[in-house]
Design a protein around this ligand. Structure first.
Ligand code: ADP
Ligand code: MG
Length: 248
């Protein structure tokens, strides 16, 4: 059916912070297996929308649906349990632990919450899984390094590795290339494309050009409203979008 192509959707979601409306009546769909990017200038409401999509907080009004089910207001861990993982705009690794240990912490946090690891699950299994995740995010050669000593781009990749520990079907990334050099940015974009081969990805980014080439769909937010939605080609020729980005 048509709905099974949609992994996540929002129906007229709004978010108020006191009297301030950060998001207003956003109705949108996210297709399974696609890379959908949420773009817009700083302050447009991207992170607020990201937080609604990942269950960090509920909308003031409207509805969030995951796989056809109303999940509005469900606690964060329920989103995680459904297969939603995210990384934040701000780096969030344990600086005093090694790269490998950071991944193991993420795997073990899951074990206690979901009983994925039984007491019989060996330390070796855990190490093997951590190794595999480190390979996946390109950090194998850094496994013994303290996370705090990694380059910024590597810390972001580590964070994504930690998010992958739960085998998410949906990966949400908020400005994963923030503060990165051009080279780090290129490596991160390659990683995102690679990860998207196995799961749905929703990406928040304020630099439109960066995500144009890799996105299947784009949502453009501006002053808390959905300004435009479509393929990169649709967005590129949208006059209103051009105006908003030129006016920055
Ligand atoms: P973006 O990620 O697109 O830069 P945000 O979603 O972070 O934008 O913010 C959108 C607007 O909502 C901004 O004007 C911001 O100041 C405001 N805002 C975001 N979070 C809060 C909050 N917790 N309390 C009050 N205002 C907020
Ligand atoms: Mg933001």
């Amino acid at each position: 059916t048509a709905t099974s192509d949609v992994i996540l959707r929002t129906e007229r979601v709004s978010k108020q912070f006191g009297k301030f409306t950060a998001l207003k009546d956003i109705t949108a769909e996210f297709r399974r297996g696609a890379i959908t990017s949420i773009i817009g200038p700083n302050g447009a409401g991207k992170s607020t929308y990201f937080n609604l999509l990942s269950g960090a907080f509920p909308p003031t009004s409207g509805q969030v649906e995951f796989e056809g089910r109303d999940v509005t207001g469900l606690p964060q861990h329920k989103f995680a349990h459904m297969g939603v993982a995210k990384s934040f705009q701000i780096t969030n690794v344990f600086p005093q632990l090694s790269t490998h240990e950071n991944i193991r912490v993420a795997l073990q946090a899951l074990s206690s919450r979901y009983n994925i690891w039984t007491p019989r699950t060996s330390y070796k299994d855990l190490v093997v899984q951590a190794d595999e995740l480190l390979h996946r995010v390109g950090l194998w050669s850094r496994r013994g390094r303290l996370a705090g000593t990694l380059a910024h781009g590597e810390q972001r990749a580590l964070e994504i590795g930690m998010a992958l520990a739960s085998h998410p079907r949906l990966l949400l990334l908020d400005e994963p290339t923030a503060g990165m050099s051009p080279e780090e940015t290129r490596v991160m974009m390659d990683l995102i494309v690679q990860l998207a081969q196995e799961r749905t990805v929703i990406l928040v980014e304020h630099k439109m050009k960066l995500v144009m080439g890799i996105s299947d769909r784009l949502l453009v937010l501006h002053h808390g409203e959905l300004l435009a939605e479509g393929t990169p080609a649709d967005i590129r020729r949208n006059e209103t979008v051009k105006r908003v980005y030129l006016g920055q």
